[in-house]
Design a protein around this ligand. Structure first.
Ligand SMILES: [Zn+2]
Length: 256
């Protein structure tokens, strides 16, 4: 059994701030705090204290809560070394392959450019937990704000290559809207249809659609399927390279 207890705190209209608590050491990491107050309240209700803040990229809806959290708990803040200066209170600049200790657990830093040029993800290899920020969503992926389609496709392939049972804690509850688009480009995918039904039912009950798994995303998420011959052929893009297929469906999603 994992020694990590993960909780999702819903904030703003559709963000999740993830709390990762190591039950052995009592240390708690907080991923991408969009806000301070509600996160601090949630942590105190659990009887925890935030020791680490892990930032995936410097957009305000992932960092605005950092100063309040640092003030409340004296937490240490981690972010991409290349985003240094853009992340409030960041004292640890990290890069690909760096390891961050959370008690007995270890988060590995993965560089996944595309949504932003220096976007990173945090991966707990032992526990198979992935915090991909705005790179990978359930049934979708982040928009390109700085990175190229080629970079994003390569980042998504890097995440897809992790073990299939990895649990994916995305930063936004976008799954229902993503399902509508995914079905528009991949209407005959039975796994996708089943996931879309599940997502709709969860949302009707007011429940989160996350975490997802990489196995489910590999089968259902069109942005992870750009090199699957049958999927390319169904889009009449059978002759194109995977990154061109990715660029085309990303463009379609931007205008959906
Ligand atoms: Zn973002």
């Amino acid at each position: 059994m994992s020694n990590l207890d993960v909780r999702m705190v819903p904030v703003l209209s559709d963000n999740y701030v993830h709390l990762i608590h190591d039950t052995f050491s009592g240390k708690t990491a907080c991923v991408d705090p969009a806000v301070g107050g509600p996160v601090i309240d949630a942590v105190r209700d659990l009887g925890w204290e935030i020791s680490h803040v892990l930032i995936t990229h410097p957009h305000y809806d992932h960092t605005d809560g950092v100063p309040d959290i640092v003030e409340a708990f004296g937490a240490e803040v981690y972010g991409s070394r290349r985003d240094y200066g853009q992340i409030p209170k960041c004292d640890h600049g990290v890069m690909q392959g760096d390891l961050i200790e959370l008690g007995k657990s270890i988060a590995k830093v993965l560089e996944v450019p595309g949504h932003t040029v220096h976007h990173i993800a945090y991966y707990f290899e032992q526990e198979r937990l992935l915090f991909p920020g705005d790179t990978l969503f359930s049934l979708g992926c982040g928009r390109l704000f700085g990175g190229t389609a080629e970079q994003m496709w390569s980042s998504l392939k890097k995440l897809r290559a992790l073990p299939a049972d990895t649990q994916v804690y995305c930063a936004h509850e976008y799954t229902n809207a993503n399902a509508d688009f995914a079905l528009s480009v991949d209407p005959d995918n039975a796994d996708l249809k089943a996931r879309a039904d599940e997502v709709q039912s969860l949302r009707e009950q007011g429940l989160p659609t996350l975490p997802s798994t990489l196995d489910s995303e590999a089968r259902c998420n069109p942005f992870l399927r750009c090199d699957i011959p049958a999927f390319k052929a169904s889009l009449d893009l059978g002759e194109r390279e995977a990154e061109q297929v990715f660029a085309e469906i990303r463009r379609r999603k931007d205008h959906f």
